[in-house]
Design a binder for this molecule. Structure first.
Ligand code: C2O
Ligand code: CU
Ligand code: CU
Length: 488
């Protein structure tokens, strides 16, 4: 396969395709050159030549504080076998994994070495959105720095969270270019499992490619899917070993529909916490921005953790000349799990202990609201809205009383799925299209499929302040699918 001039609609290859072949949206019309190693090899290399699985550097708190200087700047990195200029935190993609305990303080001095404004969001943390805490309205200009101080309450759930820029208008570009890292909240001093940050990007001429307006509307899919910055790395497992994987979906727009060639594995955590009754599955979906803790056993032969192509849209119709068609990503191999008798099983720490202590299905909501995710076609393209409006930085869209439990019905009248994210306060899914959920399912990103209605309940106690909710297809967020909530 080559990348010629002109529209780059590439064929979807099978799952052996190195996991790097995305489906560019037709009509994008930009030529891309593949870097060395980014070549569209049709099959995975020999296990022996696969990159070894590696994790981002860990920075842990001590004495209740994690003090960190985090510099965002263009850096030369090797990702997926390609040496390119990406945007990186402290020079690595992903940035360092931040390990904190409930009750700790996270002090991050963010310095902006980029050529545009940025800021920092601690996705999923149940912390104050005000002042110099997890405040998405902060703007750090090029050449400036900003000192964040984020206090985790002593009863903060253990789990996997992550950080990324949140400057409206630049979020998708900055995440796509490499700005993200994991946050693990754990009472244990050791990581409860292997950190697996999944992201995607597209390289063009040694840089991260810019995307067309149409790709943004669909939600860009990178040509390269990265697992801790590598393409399809090999993780060697001792016979009989069990591994716990802390998966973060840091892709700008890509849903990860995971399986392990039909093998069974367990999901023991979702988004910000453990789940009360772990489930045994053969596949599971992690939406953009979401996380999952997976427990899997070594197999006798190579197994592959694969993200299957996932269709978020039926944006055919008149929309963009029908060019969107089926906007489906190609399959990508995230991890090659290789049985290896020479490996000794590593002792993983204990799994996250905190399970949701409250079941909001028993609560009487103080108020119900409906939020409608929508899209309208205009001459100039499409507009992405919530309740028919695009994001306005000075308009409070939802005023909520502190301490209230509310019930929100999330509807989607658009032609594609949207992963709905609320900062600060987690959402418990109560029903999907009228079918009640029969366990406690708490998320900070809730998928709202096209045409559906998902009911969630939210407990607005603990933190108060003004923050945002938005679609976590970050292109949609930048295009205006975001609103402001004030809890007071
Ligand atoms: Cu992960 Cu408002 O974002
Ligand atoms: Cu967030
Ligand atoms: Cu969306």
């Amino acid at each position: 396969m080559t990348s010629g001039v002109g529209p780059t609609r590439r064929a979807v290859l099978g799952w052996g395709a190195l996991g790097i072949v995305g489906l560019a949206v037709g009509g994008a019309g930009i030529a891309r050159t593949w870097g060395r190693g980014g070549a569209a090899t049709a099959i995975l290399p020999d296990a022996a030549s696969a990159p070894e699985f590696a994790e981002p550097p860990v920075v842990a708190s001590s004495g209740g504080v994690l003090d960190l200087h985090l510099r965002a700047e263009a850096s030369t990195v090797t990702a997926g076998g390609v040496t390119a200029t990406m945007l990186a935190y402290n020079g690595t993609v992903p940035g360092p994994t931040l390990m904190v305990k409930p009750g700790d303080t996270l002090r991050v001095s963010l310095s902006n070495g980029l050529s545009q404004a940025t800021n920092l969001h601690t996705h999923g943390l149940q912390v104050s959105p005000a002042g110099n805490s997890d405040n998405p309205f902060v703007s750090v200009n090029p050449g400036e720095s900003f000192d964040y101080e984020i206090h985790l309450p002593a009863d903060h759930p253990e789990g996997v969270f992550w950080y990324h820029p949140h400057h409206h208008g630049h979020v998708a570009d900055q995440v796509f270019a490499g700005l993200y890292g994991a946050i693990v909240v754990s009472r244990d001093a050791s990581l409860p499992g292997r950190v697996v940050v999944v992201s995607d990007t597209t390289f063009a001429g040694g840089q991260v490619a810019t995307v067309s307006a149409m790709e943004s509307m669909r939600g860009r899919l990178g040509d390269v899917v990265l697992t801790n910055g590598q393409a399809s790395p090999a993780l060697r497992l001792a016979p009989g070993a069990t591994e716990r994987l802390l998966v973060v979906n840091a892709c700008t727009s890509r849903y990860l529909d995971l399986d392990m060639n039909g093998e069974t594995f367990a999901v023991t955590g979702r988004d910000g916490g453990a789940i009360a009754a772990p489930v045994s599955v053969t596949s599971t979906t992690v939406v953009p921005g979401g996380r999952a803790t997976l427990v899997l056993a070594a197999t006798d032969a190579e197994a592959r953790l694969t993200a299957r192509g996932y269709d978020v849209s039926m944006m055919g119709g008149g929309m963009m000349g029908g060019g969107m068609g089926s906007a489906q990503a190609a399959d990508a191999v995230l991890l090659r799990l290789l049985p290896d008798a020479s490996v000794t099983a590593a002792a993983a720490g204990a799994d996250f202990g905190t399970v949701p202590s409250q079941d909001l299905r028993d609560a009487t909501p103080a108020r119900s609201r409906t939020l409608e995710l929508g899209m309208s076609e205009m001459m100039s393209g499409a507009s992405f809205t919530i309740d028919g409006r695009s994001f306005a930085p000075d308009r409070v869209d939802q005023a909520v009383s502190a301490g209230a439990v509310e019930e929100w019905t999330l509807t989607n009248t658009s032609g594609m799925d949207h992963p709905f994210h609320l900062h600060t306060w987690p959402m418990q899914i109560v029903s999907i299209d009228g079918s009640a959920i029969d366990d406690v399912d708490v998320r900070d990103v809730v998928d709202v499929p096209s045409g559906s209605a998902v009911v969630v309940r939210i407990d607005f106690s603990g933190n108060a302040g003004t923050t945002v909710y938005h679609c976590h297809i970050l292109d949609h967020e930048d295009l205006g699918m975001m609103g402001i909530i004030e809890v007071a």
